[in-house]
Write a new protein. Structure first.
Length: 880
């Protein structure tokens, strides 16, 4: 028996532990933890809807999804059979028959149809919603209101008309039902919705006359009826036809968390509007999604389609008369926008750059209120205002502008101010950033702003209380006055009037808020609502002000401001967290937030652009550290910025790394870039800084001749700089001497190391030769060992043969002993008989010698006696 050589441990294989239950015994989920796939198939045939949860006990995602599956099962266990199968145990049938590349895997079966794999988020609400869609893949539409709900949804819809009067299962209904299941099987998001109409009057509204007809609703293109005469009426064909001809208004994005090209593929299509909203799939209504759908419908309604207008009225919950048909009609020509004339008592004020309010707004609208009582503005006839009255309002506004600034924000702000020297009760001031392409303030002289329903400031509420005879203003709530909706015509069909058409995407902020934070959303937002526009082609993205509520009006303004030629939106800059460094730090780390603070300070600033992935940048660290030590920190700042983590305005971006920019003191507009063809060394940097920081080259010195005091102070300053530089030069010389001495020592050590290296090389060659000899000797010994092993095997074989022969002889010897003993007893018995017999008989019984003559009448001795005696006399059978 051959054993393992010494020093090598034996392979020890521990068998896998038997599986244990993954779900608790009280769980509504049937846990087949031994992988009994055959039993799962058996019980599946007896249930209408079954969910199979394939898991691996060690998988972290399976463990995380366990609680979500139990939560969904607790709500649906009376209608759906939930079965969990351990598909990792090597003795189970699931592991032997299924080969999954990831865990967990969820399969659903609707009777004999399946499997329908669920690939959505592992959240209880999403799983339950998908299971309910499988349970009820077709939505029953009994009334006109529900028909409008179905058609106004952002997801494409397929309607089937079937008459159930004559038959409980009309022809084609089962095929239509199966096509809905095919839709869920192919697209786990369920983007195509299927509905059934049984009322012929409702069917006529969508141009369905014959039972079994299928209708695909599209908002902007012509809706289609399934061509049964061209395409076979099968479940697969119905789904493919709907998928190929569908029209996508909004699209949900649900990244799975792994490496994916999902966002990249969508962003390559053009500018994208990402809307993050908290979404509950099980909610009966989604008002915010309805508003976003309304925005998308108006944005893409280029031809003023009447069907779209009816659906928009339904989304706005406006009572509309019963219509005769929802079939598409020829597009009507949009009416010309009404001419907006300036209000007689309003004046537009364009704020100058120095004005304090211009930091957040650049246009204000002043309107003098000459009404009293509780009349509505729409029914008030506003008289003409004189120039002096408007001048008084303007003077009052500029006197109160500081008070207004404290309550202003980036959104539209309206405040009512009492005018103590005006003949009117008060006037209204509304300020915001101008939207040139949307409102057209300067060109059209529009006199009224549209504002969302925002809460008034404390100052506004105080003014309203003191002015008992005030009139409700248009700015308070735009939805109270339908006539203002006429101004929304500039947004209708905007996608066809701009070269920056947006694709709108929805993301669930409960699951993907991390993406919103990376785009600029606050991490500690109370309400997780956020909107951002990403334009990959322009390498820019813009965000909706987080202080504004996410609603229809703000989204429309956001899209309009992006779509116009000279967009007032500011590119959002992403920056890393501002680090708090100590004052002793030599190099200042600059971020997006601290860029202006550092660069615009009253010092000379040398800024290094670098990135973590830049291989050449770390080689310059020692150069800038020495530079920061040489130059005084009270008049010079050495800074750096990681451009891979911090965005800057386009005028400060660079096209290569590393790059050095110099911002002179008091002349920041004359920043200089370090020459690209010049090596970045300490002497070159010093010459570059001294050349561009020379006060003589400053434009301010050209204004007049310098005074004696200025020259004296400048000379003192220069002397201080010279003394400082001389001290630094002496330090550098001392360091150079120390470095030279260290260099000599290092060279001596290097020479010794080289000698040691040569000696070690010679030893290495000698060892290699010895190694070759030992290897040859080892091969000879191995051959000798194999030869001796073969000889020993041969000797062992022969010894084994001898042992076997000896064993046989021993057995035969035992039998011979017994035979000899028997013969001796017989011979003894015969000897006794011979003594009693006559001599002649006794003589005849004794054998004659071999050579003795035999008488003719004598008889030969028995053969057995002679053979026995011969064997006893044989020397080969003798035993010691």
């Amino acid at each position: 028996m051959r054993t393992a050589p010494r020093g090598r441990a034996k392979d020890v294989i521990i068998p896998a532990k038997p599986p244990v239950s993954f779900f608790s015994s009280r769980s509504p989920v049937l846990d087949l933890f031994q992988g009994q796939l055959d039993y799962a198939e058996h019980i599946r045939r007896d249930s209408e809807v079954v969910l199979l949860f394939f898991y691996a006990p060690w998988c972290g995602q399976s463990i995380a999804a366990r609680a979500e599956i139990e939560q969904a099962a607790s709500r649906l266990s009376d209608q759906v059979l939930f079965v969990a199968i351990n598909c990792w145990w090597n003795q189970g049938k699931c592991r032997k028959q299924k080969h999954f590349f990831y865990f967990p895997v969820i399969y659903l079966y609707h009777r004999s149809f399946g499997p329908i794999e669920y690939k959505g988020p592992m959240s209880a609400v999403y799983i339950e919603k998908f299971v309910r869609r499988v349970m009820k893949p077709v939505l029953y539409i009994p009334s006109q209101s529900e028909l409008l709900d179905f058609l106004s949804n952002y997801e494409p819809g397929v309607l089937g008309y079937f008459e159930f009067n004559g038959s409980p299962q009309p022809p084609g209904y089962l095929t239509f039902f199966t096509s809905a299941l095919h839709s869920l099987k192919k697209d786990y998001l369920g983007t195509v919705r299927f509905g059934v109409i049984t009322n012929k009057h409702l069917a006529k509204l969508v141009s369905l006359v014959h039972s079994g007809s299928v209708y695909l609703h599209r908002h902007f293109n012509t809706s289609l009826v399934f061509p049964r005469e061209v395409i076979n009426y099968t479940a697969e064909n119905i789904y493919k036809w709907a998928l190929e001809n569908r029209e996508t208004l909004l699209r949900w994005l649900r990244p799975h968390g792994g490496k994916s090209l999902l966002l990249n593929n969508e962003l390559k299509k053009g500018p994208a509007l990402f809307v993050f909203i908290p979404f509950n799939p099980l909610a009966e209504s989604h008002p915010l999604i309805d508003e976003i759908t309304e925005v998308a419908l108006e944005y893409n309604n280029c031809h003023g389609d009447q069907v779209v207008e009816r659906l928009l009225q339904h989304l706005r919950r406006v009572d509309t008369p019963v219509f005769k048909s929802l079939a598409p009609e020829p597009p009507a020509r949009l009416p010309d926008p009404p001419l907006i004339t300036a209000s007689p008592c309003c004046n537009t004020v364009v704020l100058p750059r120095w004005h304090s309010i211009s930091r957040t707004h650049n246009v204000c609208e002043l309107c003098v209120n000459q009404t009293a009582g509780s009349l509505r503005p729409s029914s008030v006839s506003v008289p003409q205002c004189s120039f002096f009255e408007m001048a008084a309002a303007l003077d009052s506004f500029y006197l109160k502008e500081q008070t207004f600034y404290h309550v202003a924000s980036d959104s539209i702000e309206c405040s009512n101010f009492l005018s103590f020297y005006s003949p009117f009760s008060y006037y209204t001031a509304c300020c915001r950033t101008i939207n040139r392409g949307v409102a057209g303030f300067i060109d059209s002289e529009q006199g009224v702003f549209e504002t969302p329903p925002i809460a008034f400031s404390s100052l506004e509420k105080k003014c309203e209380v003191e002015s008992l005879g005030s009139v409700p203003h248009i700015e308070e709530n735009r939805y109270l006055f339908p006539e203002l909706e006429a101004n929304s015509s500039s947004f209708t069909g905007l996608s066809c009037r701009t070269n920056k058409t947006l694709n709108i995407y929805l993301l669930d902020s409960n699951l993907f808020w991390l993406y919103a934070e990376r785009l600029g959303a606050p991490s500690a937002a109370r309400v997780k609502e956020f909107a951002a526009i990403v334009d990959v082609k322009e390498e820019s993205h813009y965000i909706l002000d987080p202080n504004q509520a996410l609603m229809k009006f703000t989204l429309e303004s956001f899209i309009q401001n992006f779509s116009i030629l000279y967009s007032p939106l500011k590119r959002h800059l992403i920056g890393s967290d501002s680090a708090q460094f100590t004052s002793q730090r030599l190099i200042t780390e600059v971020t997006t937030d601290t860029f202006w603070e550092v660069v615009l300070q009253k010092q000379d600033v040398l800024l290094l652009y670098y990135a973590q992935w830049c291989g050449f940048c770390p080689a310059l660290n020692h150069v800038f550290i020495q530079l920061a030590r040489l130059l005084p920190s009270d008049t010079f700042t050495v800074a750096r910025i990681d451009v891979s983590q911090n965005d800057l305005p386009w005028e400060f971006m660079v096209d290569r790394l590393p790059t050095v920019l110099f911002f002179p003191c008091n002349r920041k507009d004359l920043s200089v870039k370090y020459p690209e063809d010049l090596p970045i060394t300490l002497p070159n940097l010093l010459r570059f800084i001294l050349h561009h920081s020379d006060p003589a080259s400053a434009p301010g010195n050209l204004a007049g001749p310098p005074t004696a005091e200025c020259l004296q102070s400048e000379a003192v300053l220069q002397q201080g700089h010279i003394a400082h530089l001389e001290r630094e030069v002496r330090k550098l010389r001392a360091e150079i001497g120390a470095l030279q001495r260290a260099q000599t020592q290092v060279e001596a050590r290097l020479a010794s190391a080289r000698r040691d290296e040569h000696r070690l090389l010679r030893q290495q060659h000698a060892l290699e030769r010895q190694h070759d000899l030992l290897r040859l000797h080892s091969e000879q010994l191995r051959a000798l060992y194999e030869q001796k092993t073969r000889e020993l095997d041969e000797v062992a074989r022969r010894l084994q043969e001898l042992a076997d022969a000896s064993q046989t002889l021993l057995t035969e010897n035992t039998w011979l002993k017994i035979l000899v003993a028997t013969m001796e007893r017989k011979l003894e018995g015969r000897d006794g008989a011979d003594e009693r017999l006559p001599p002649s008989k006794a003589r005849s019984e004794h054998p004659e010698p071999p050579g003795a003559p035999r008488l003719p009448t004598s008889t030969p001795p028995p053969a057995n006696v002679s053979s026995t005696l011969a064997s006893e006399k044989s020397p080969e059978n003798r035993t010691d």
